[in-house]
Design a protein around this ligand. Structure first.
Ligand SMILES: CC(C)(COP(=O)(O)OP(=O)(O)OC[C@H]1O[C@@H](n2cnc3c(N)ncnc32)[C@H](O)[C@@H]1OP(=O)(O)O)[C@@H](O)C(=O)NCCC(=O)NCCS
Length: 335
């Protein structure tokens, strides 16, 4: 019989077993799966922050863990939503383990009074088990992003060509940093992060994002700095007005993968090739800080034509797609 319960993230060796099951389920059949490292996830779950509750849930067959779920909900925004990730290793699939974890999720969501379920599924094809499973539960795909990669170290010849073609950023100056944002830029960086949340295409996903304040940003950066090195380049006009930024992550416990995350150019400053200039400057930072990482990953909505173009110019190739799915279940319909 399959039983489901929350586990204590500080309890070894159960947490290690849970993490191994999560990872095995999430990476099976995928060339380029990105899964939070053991150390990063353990830190996050063992030291709850103010922004999110994250619970490790396990499905047991006897005393063996056979399925893993991350059950999460935000505390400052998206107050009706639950995020779930359910992972079952291939050898344990099609015996109802995913469904058992899902039933736990709907029960807890109903206790919390939350009615919107969201999940992200990285999948090489539209027939991937995760998509079939979620669709069978009633989820619908609301946004699709390409998951793109480029090999590292970044090709020097391409970098030189891109630099030559781009020339100097006319009317703008660039500032780069590694780690937390320098105090003099914090307020501007918080505003840019808010603009990013508002502008990034998320299709039909329901989001009610709270603005980034300096305090929220500081807390988030301090937590993330334990396990990730942030590489940031920010653009200002020559008179000092912020115009955009780009952000990369080097996970400290992942020797293979680096992640290109946000890139934003504010509306008034678009059309000046700033996206390219920002990325070029941040690739210089990556060259300085990279250790053994062999791949740089990024995600771009299929509908985001400008960013798709920039990424193609930088040599990124698609490896799979990231599907964002959502399901609304009125409280009366939750078990
Ligand atoms: C998706 C996943 C969690 C399903 O786990 P599972 O334990 O096999 O799920 P269940 O046995 O409860 O399947 C429930 C139903 O989903 C559908 N389903 C699941 N996998 C399927 C597949 N490979 N092909 C067709 N239908 C499938 C079926 O309708 C199934 O019912 P059935 O077996 O009675 O036909 C597992 O395949 C997995 O870990 N995939 C990778 C991670 C992922 O994408 N997770 C996304 C969910 S958040």
């Amino acid at each position: 019989m399959i039983t489901v319960r929350e586990i204590d993230p500080s309890g070894e060796p159960l947490f290690d077993e849970w993490y191994a099951v999560l990872r095995a389920g999430a990476t099976a059949g995928r060339e380029a799966a990105i899964v939070a490292g053991h150390q990063a996830l353990a830190y996050s779950l063992r030291n709850p922050g103010p922004a999110k509750t994250r619970l490790p849930i396990a499905a047991f067959d006897g005393d063996r863990i056979v399925g893993a779920m991350l059950f999460e909900y935000r505390l400052e925004e998206d107050l009706d939503a639950i995020e779930v990730e359910i992972d079952v290793p291939p050898a344990e699939r099609r015996r109802g383990i995913g469904t058992a974890l899902w039933n736990w999720a709907t029960t807890r969501a109903s206790e919390l009074g939350r009615t919107i379920f969201q999940t992200e599924i990285g999948a090489p094809t539209e027939t991937a088990p995760g998509l079939v499973f979620a669709t069978a539960l009633g989820f619908s795909v609301e946004n699709v992003e390409d998951h793109l990669v480029v090999p590292l170290p970044y090709d020097e010849t391409r970098l030189r060509e891109l630099r030559e073609t781009a020339g100097d950023p006319d009317g703008y100056r660039l500032t780069s940093w590694a780690g937390p944002c320098p105090p003099e830029y914090l307020a501007e960086y918080a505003d840019l992060r808010t603009a990013m949340d508002q502008d990034v295409p998320t299709g039909g996903m329901t989001h009610e994002r709270a603005p980034w304040t300096v305090e929220r940003l500081r807390t988030s950066e301090e937590r993330l700095a334990k396990n990730y090195l942030a590489l940031v380049t920010m653009a200002h006009t020559t008179v000092g007005a912020p115009a955009g930024y780009t952000l990369m992550w080097l996970p400290r416990d992942d020797a293979e993968h680096a992640q290109q995350d946000d890139t934003l150019v504010l509306r008034n400053h678009r059309g000046h090739n700033l996206g390219t200039h920002l990325k070029l400057a941040n690739l210089d930072q990556l060259a300085k800080h990279r250790s053994t990482q062999a791949w740089l990953h990024t995600w771009t909505a299929l509908t985001n034509t400008p960013m798709q173009k920039v990424n193609a110019r930088f040599g990124f190739r698609p490896v799979e797609r990231l599907y964002e799915l959502e399901l609304s279940l009125p409280l009366a319909e939750q078990s």
